[in-house]
Design a binder for this molecule. Sequence first.
Ligand code: HEC
Length: 127
Amino acid sequence: MKKLLFTFSILALISCKKEEKKESLYPEKQLSAEEKQLQLGEEIFNGKGMCYSCHKPDQKVIGPSIKQIAEIYKAKNADIKLFLKEKSEPIVDPSQYSVMKTNFSITKTFSDEELKAVEAYFFSHLK
Ligand code: HEC
């Protein structure tokens, strides 16, 4: 029993420490604007966008990999945001375009900020 109490008090101490840190003035704990954008992009990709069900980071599944898409869009200096608004033609795998097209009903509801975040998330796979 004593041991248990001891463990609890240690745990309590640790969690207090964490609380303190949150309020401390160390700026490195805060996310930069770029990191926040990538986080939003990832959230959409794995969440309401449901992009993960057809796209994986490094390997082709139903759709091309994120990396391949990013490489081609970078090489051609193309705009993923425009594609997701259905305002540009497919350049990665046009033969499978009809499969991707079904997602425009979702992607067209994204705000500009969300589209930018998704694009940034794709391009982050180039590093
Ligand atoms: C039902 C499966 C499926 C889902 C879900 C899906 N995609 Fe795709 N996607 C594809 C396929 C297949 C292609 C290849 C056809 C093409 O290039 O248009 C593709 C291609 C793409 C391309 C390259 C387009 C080009 O120029 O050829 C982008 C960018 C893309 N998807 C982004 C997304 C994003 C962002 C989401 C989530 C909002 C998403 N996809 C969800 C199947 C899917």
